[in-house]
Design a protein around this ligand. Structure first.
Ligand SMILES: C[S@@+](CC[C@H](N)C(=O)[O-])C[C@H]1O[C@@H](n2cnc3c(N)ncnc32)[C@H](O)[C@@H]1O
Length: 299
């Protein structure tokens, strides 16, 4: 299985096709499904409440479930998403809950002209949950996101944790070493290739997972970010990272979790003990596949 290049149409198609079952894929929690994104909603709400924020733009709002949680918690929220299918879901949920469907619209964070009135003002907080992993032109996204934050306001965003790839001993681990440790070295290409071949022998499962049933990572472009370098990246856009929390924990390296139902259930149960209450545990840098930053715009 190869990693996919960025392709906007493929991205829209994947989310359109998965819009109807997206909430089940992401939020359902039972013995078999981790539903880690449900922790994201809890954490983001907690972070916003802690900062006293009442006015939010939800970028890449998806099916609207997080937006509804904010509205129901007394926060004035509205949002947009690249996928018309996701926005259809969001509008229907908003309507059912008695809110205006107009709170959700189609728009692309890479194109300010596509945002209509939503892009013409600034907000106490701009939230972007799980959107940056699907964007190649991250600088343009960060510039546009920062432009919609009021001075003294906040950018709150969930990214895929690239450091977690070190614990999976698979093709993601290979990609992490190649991109971060081998490719930047000042040495001839064939010497780099030799290092990569050696590395392949050390990573226990270089071709796994052959396919990933959730999240579309086999079909569409997806990337991680490094929680250690994101503060410097965001400084360039006038944003200063003040807080970081982790979620989607793995109690230990996922390949160790075993193959029986009982072993898998124990892995899930232990992993859940980290969520929310231990969201700032240092192990999150390595064992959580996702992290949220809270960054303040200079006032
Ligand atoms: C992992 S989902 C998260 C959805 C939602 N934020 C949530 O927390 O449930 C990522 C979302 O980002 C949207 N997205 C990807 N690229 C985008 C872009 N350039 N502009 C706006 N939305 C985008 C996708 O359509 C998808 O709905």
């Amino acid at each position: 299985m190869v990693f996919q290049p960025y392709n906007r149409n493929a991205l829209i198609k994947w989310y359109d096709e998965n819009a109807a079952n997206y909430d089940d894929l992401s939020y359902k929690q039972d013995q078999a499904s981790y539903g880690g994104d449900a922790y994201r909603i809890v954490l983001v709400k907690k972070l916003l409440d802690g900062l006293g924020i009442k006015d939010v733009l939800d970028v890449g709002c998806g099916t609207g479930s997080p937006m509804l949680a904010l509205l129901e918690g007394g926060i004035d929220a509205r949002g947009f998403d690249l996928s018309p299918g996701m926005i259809t879901e969001a509008k229907s949920k908003l309507k059912k809950a008695g809110h205006s469907e107009a709170l959700a619209r189609v728009g692309d964070i890479l194109d300010m002209n596509s945002l209509g009135d939503l892009g013409k003002r600034q907000y106490q907080a701009v939230v972007a949950n799980g959107v940056l992993p699907y964007i190649e032109d991250v600088d343009t996204a960060h510039k546009n996101l920062a432009s919609m934050v009021k001075p003294g306001g906040y950018y709150i965003s969930a990214y895929s944790n690239e450091l977690f790839d070190m614990t999976t001993f698979n093709r993601f681990t290979m990609r992490f070493h190649e991109r971060n440790f081998i490719d930047p070295l000042d040495m001839p290409g064939d010497a780099k290739d030799a290092l990569k071949a050696k590395l392949r022998g050390m990573v226990t499962n270089p071709d796994l997972p052959a396919s990933i049933p959730e999240g579309g990572r086999d079909e569409i472009y997806v990337r991680g970010h490094n929680p250690l370098t994101i503060p410097d990246e965001l400084k360039r856009f006038g944003l200063s990272v003040e807080d970081m929390v982790f979620y989607k924990f793995h109690a230990f390296a996922p390949l160790l979790r075993g193959s029986t139902d009982a072993e898998r259930a124990r892995f899930i149960e232990l992993s859940r003990t980290y969520e929310v209450n231990r969201a700032r545990d240092w192990r999150g840098y390595f064992l959580a596949s996702t992290f949220i930053i809270v960054a303040k715009k200079a006032g």
